[in-house]
Structure formats: structure tokens, C-alpha cells
Design a protein around this ligand. Structure first.
Ligand code: PHE
Length: 377
């Protein structure tokens, strides 16, 4: 049963305000149920423990200068989430396929950058932590709700005057130094590398990757804030840097947590393994229960997207779905395209029965037909 009213930042929000029978609304009940959970505010949860460890780094190195915001409401306007941070009109992140819309002007924030512009008006150093929402495909590192921390620091001319550098290079150097220090504070010595990238709100922009389990894993995006954002916030004579980091990504590495669904587990065998202030205690698996694979093939139509399919699967199987993978894709002579997906079902907490999985798979079949209008083969 889904709670029907929740209070977010002092505002009461009813289920019907968020999950509506309205063509411009694509927020399912499963997502509504996550609003207000605020894992980042639980002192004994890996996400809360990590948040506090990052605070500790900033408090020590910047003598408590960073103002912290933990409670900003995740329902924001399209203006806050996109326009204020200069996301172009035609950017994919604005699409209904990528973002949860409550109505055409209101979204579940897809990044904590949604709060940058407003906070820049009153603050020069700040950290914003919160839950963010993205429609996506399903695997062990992706979940439609996760947590980010945004950091912003504003400089004045006296900061860079005398450095012999231009303001932008000065900010970029300071940013990298700050984040490398943070990575060492969290990981000790770890292999890292900087990748040049693009964000609409920063220039230059970078990603920091960390080497983990034989792979380079992207853990944060950052850059020098676009001057236009500062100008609009009445700070045209300043420069700033900003970063946004994914707390789950970092926590998975630090605590050895193999699957992102575990963060939502209320199983005491998971939750009892962590304690406040203890960063990096290695998670002991509850023993790995076996996965079960089921395939489904269907003829897609023009409006089909993998994100929509994944949402149907999650709607049916909830956290019992571990991964959804496209394993075959072909177009016949008539121009019809068929997709075959392999769904991995696995519980983190127990063994699943054949009967239970078959029932889930039948429900998925029914719902892809009724909700996505595809033709099952
Ligand atoms: N908002 C970006 C994201 O979610 C991260 C970011 C924040 C990048 C701030 C640059 C500056 O991917």
C-alpha cells in the first residue's frame, strides 16, 4: 500500500498531486513511493555515512564555509531543472523518455543542479544533497532514484588576481585540486583520471573516473560555471566552479555493495552492517541467491523505448529485477522490428521460486501488451 500524503520540506503533497491520470504525467506509483525516503539523512545508512564523510572533508579544509542543504523539495519546475542551468530546448534530458514529469511545467529533479541558480543568489559556498530521479534502463548500477551531492564555490577577483592565471583557469585548477583531495579523503590511494566532457552549465567540463573492479567508473561531473548563470544571479564579476557527484556510485565502491537495489533494502541483515561515522566497512553479502533468466520477444512500434519497457518490468517485479538486456534486435522484410530482452530476476534476500518468477514473467507479458501496445511473439 502506498502512502497517500507525504510532507516534503514542510509542504504536504498528495499522491494525486504527483501520480496523475494525465497524459503529461509519467510518474508511476513505484516512484511516488520513494519520495520522502531521504536515505541521505539516515546516519547509519551507507548514503548518509558517505554524505557525512564528504561534509567532514569540506568542513576541515574550508573551515565550515560551505552552507549545507539537505531538505530541498525534489519537485521542481522545468525552469529550475533545465532553463536556469542553460539546458538547450532540444536536449535529450528534457524528454519524457528521460525525465519524470508531474505536469508539463513540473518535474522530479534529475540533478541537484536544479538548485544552483537560486542558491547562487545568497551563497558563495554550498553543498546540496538530495534524491534525484531519472528514467533509465536496468542493471546493477542504475536505479530510477539515486542521490547526488552538488557543490558550488564562488570566487571574487582578489582570489585569482596575483595568481598569474585567468579566472577560468584558476577556478578549474582549484576545482580539480579540491576533488582530488576529496577522492583521497574517501578512498586513500585510488587510481583516478580526468576526462573532458560537456555539460550545458559548465565550461570547461570534466568527469572524474575511478578504477574499480577492473573498470573505470564515472563518479562525478564538474566544471567552471557558465558565466551566463552567474550573470543572471547578479554575480557577473565572479567566477565559480560546480560539481555533482553520485552518492550511490561512490558508496558501492567504498562499501563493496554489488547492486544498487540494496540501498533500498530494509532487510536487517543489510541495514545492521553499517554504523554512523564508519566509512568503508565492507559489506558481507547475504550469500548470493541465484539469478533466473527469462526472455521476452515482441514486435516494437514507433513509440517504443527501452526506458518505457524497463519501467513496466520494474512496475511488475519491483526490486526483484536485476537487469534487463537487449539480446536480439532485427527488422524483417516488411519493416517490422523485433526486440528480444533477457530479464534477470534475483532477490538480494532470498531464493525465488519458479512459480513466482513465472508469474512475474506472465505479468510482464500482459503489461507490455496492454501498456506499450507491442505484439508479443
Ligand atoms: N548535473 C550533472 C549531472 O547530473 C553533474 C554536474 C554538476 C556537472 C555540476 C557539472 C557541474 O550529471
Amino acid at each position: 500500500p502506498v502512502v497517500s500524503v507525504l510532507e516534503l520540506g514542510g509542504v504536504k503533497i498528495a499522491r494525486d498531486d504527483v501520480v496523475r491520470d494525465d497524459p503529461t504525467n509519467n510518474v508511476p506509483d513505484t516512484i511516488f513511493a520513494k519520495l520522502g525516503m531521504q536515505l541521505h539523512k539516515r546516519e547509519k545508512h551507507p548514503i548518509g555515512i558517505l554524505k557525512n564523510a564528504i561534509f567532514e572533508y569540506f568542513d576541515t579544509n574550508y573551515s565550515n564555509k560551505f552552507d549545507k542543504f539537505d531538505d530541498l523539495c525534489p519537485l521542481v519546475s522545468v525552469k529550475q531543472n533545465f532553463d536556469d542551468v542553460l539546458v538547450p530546448e532540444d536536449h535529450v534530458s528534457r524528454s519524457y523518455n528521460d525525465t519524470y514529469y508531474i505536469d508539463s511545467q513540473t518535474v522530479l529533479r534529475c540533478h541537484t543542479s536544479a538548485h544552483q541558480a537560486e542558491l547562487l543568489r545568497g551563497h558563495t559556498h554550498f553543498l546540496v544533497t538530495g534524491d534525484v530521479y531519472r528514467r533509465d534502463s536496468i542493471d546493477s548500477t542504475h536505479y530510477p532514484v539515486f542521490h547526488q551531492m552538488e557543490g558550488v564555490r564562488v570566487f571574487s577577483p582578489n582570489d585569482w588576481d596575483g595568481s598569474g592565471m585567468d579566472a577560468t583557469s584558476f577556478a578549474a585548477r582549484d576545482l580539480k585540486k579540491c576533488l582530488e583531495g576529496l577522492a583521497r579523503h574517501l578512498f586513500g590511494s585510488v587510481e583516478m583520471r580526468w576526462i573532458d566532457t560537456y555539460f550545458p552549465f559548465t565550461n570547461p567540463s570534466f568527469e572524474l573516473e575511478i578504477f574499480f573492479q577492473e573498470k573505470w567508473l564515472e563518479v562525478l561531473g564538474c566544471g567552471v560555471t557558465e558565466q551566463e548563470i552567474l550573470r543572471r544571479s547578479g554575480k557577473e564579476n565572479n567566477v565559480a566552479w560546480a560539481f555533482g557527484l553520485g552518492l550511490e556510485r561512490l558508496a558501492m565502491i567504498l562499501f563493496d555493495i554489488p547492486d544498487i537495489r540494496l540501498f533500498w533494502s530494509s532487510d536487517e541483515r543489510f541495514t545492521s552492517q553499517f554504523s554512523s561515522g564508519q566509512l568503508g566497512v565492507k559489506y558481507k553479502p547475504l550469500s548470493k541467491y541465484p539469478p533466473c533468466f527469462k526472455d521476452i520477444s515482441f514486435w516494437i512500434n514507433d513509440s517504443f523505448t527501452e526506458n518505457n519497457f524497463c519501467e513496466v518490468v520494474r512496475g511488475v517485479a519491483g526490486d526483484l529485477v536485476e537487469e534487463v538486456k537487449l539480446i536480439d534486435n532485427f527488422t524483417n522484410k516488411k519493416g517490422m522490428t523485433s526486440h528480444c530482452y533477457r530479464i534477470a530476476y534475483r532477490s538480494m534476500e532470498r531464493s525465488l521460486t519458479d512459480e513466482e518468477i513465472n508469474k512475474l514473467q506472465w505479468d510482464v507479458r500482459d503489461q507490455v501488451v496492454s501498456k506499450l501496445n507491442v505484439v508479443v511473439r
